[in-house]
Design a protein around this ligand. Structure first.
Ligand code: ADP
Ligand code: MG
Length: 302
């Protein structure tokens, strides 16, 4: 049986909005729910790589695949946690905008590189952590993906920032990736006491409706501490507000983005399909180990 792989780019041309934090903790929460996840770090700053407890390593990156012709299978790194893998970044990706700009396949390069990984059926989700610019790497990521998840902060000019990124999505949809979807918008670092927060959230919801995720990620110091310690907060401090929020977000994300085995459907369908809408129950048959609902997928392998 094969798994269908959903590829989602986490993008916003603005830096510091919580893209990388969302990638790391969504990935960790999905992995803890027995989903097989690959994070692709496309930002030369390599914060996702570091946040998942890996070191930067020359030649082990998407850059090495795109520019150096390395086999993508050789750069997929396991993390300390079950079901959670990463293609790291390295500084060379910083020069990539210039270098890649001249390539005839610059728009399709990431899609082509990821094709064998998608086809292998090894992952439920591939999450692409995009650099904070509307350049070649981010555009190529939009071409390579099924959907775009936009983390934003509920602050002044949020709608203007959204117009820029949704404009990019529209251009890619009219061109190389007609199937590209706006997967959703998620509010990060929410400050619940500020009135502006609620005004901005209402405005964004008014415009984007149910494409805005219900789950709000609060500002929580444990989230940033965890990143600097190379451990996702959902593993480091499962009971913290930030962890609870990212776990709730992962549930909402799974419900919105189910991945299903491509086995033939049963006919006739069972009288009741009680597990149909419960992501947690849906794919038990490929779990590696059964763990407590809120526990990390596995203890670190030291
Ligand atoms: P981006 O990838 O969009 O540049 P990051 O995910 O790196 O943004 O986040 C920017 C900064 O904000 C980082 O220092 C990070 O630790 C911090 N941060 C992100 N989310 C939260 C949160 N929910 N609570 C507190 N700090 C956060
Ligand atoms: Mg980032």
């Amino acid at each position: 049986m094969e798994r269908t792989t959903k590829t989602i780019a986490i993008a916003n041309q603005k830096g510091g909005v919580g893209k990388t934090t969302t990638v790391v903790n969504l990935a960790a929460a999905l992995a803890a729910r027995h989903r097989s996840v690959l994070v692709v770090d496309l930002d030369p700053q390599a914060h996702a790589t570091l946040g998942l407890g890996l070191e930067k390593q020359a030649g082990v990156s998407m850059y090495a695949v795109l520019a150096g012709g390395r086999d993508i299978a050789d750069v997929i790194q396991p993390t300390k946690w079950n079901n959670l893998n990463v293609i790291p970044s390295e500084v060379d990706l910083a020069g990539a905008e210039l270098e890649f700009g001249a390539r005839p396949d610059r728009l399709e390069m990431i899609r082509n590189a990821l094709a064998p990984v998608k086809e292998s059926g090894a992952f439920d989700y591939i999450l692409l952590d995009c650099p904070p610019s509307l350049g070649i790497v981010m555009t190529a990521a939009l071409v390579a993906t099924d959907g775009v998840l936009i983390p934003i902060q509920a602050e002044f000019l949020a709608m203007d920032g959204l117009a820029l990124i949704t404009g990019s999505i529209d251009r890619v949809r009219r061109g190389p990736n007609p199937a590209l979807e706006l997967n959703g918008i998620v509010f990060t670092m929410v400050n619940f006491v500020a009135k502006l927060t609620h005004d901005v959230m209402a405005e964004v919801r008014g415009h984007f409706g149910d494409r805005v995720y219900e789950t709000l990620i609060p500002r929580n110091v444990r989230v940033s501490e965890a990143m600097s310690m190379g451990t996702p907060v959902v593993y480091l401090d499962p009971r913290s507000k930030g962890s609870e929020a990212y776990k709730a977000f992962a549930w909402e994300f799974m419900a919105k983005n189910p991945t299903r085995f491509s086995a033939p459907k049963q006919t006739p369908p069972p009288a009741a399909a009680p597990h149909e809408d419960k992501p947690d129950e849906a794919q038990r048959d490929h779990t590696v180990a059964s763990v407590g609902a809120d526990a990390p997928a596995d203890a670190p392998v030291a």
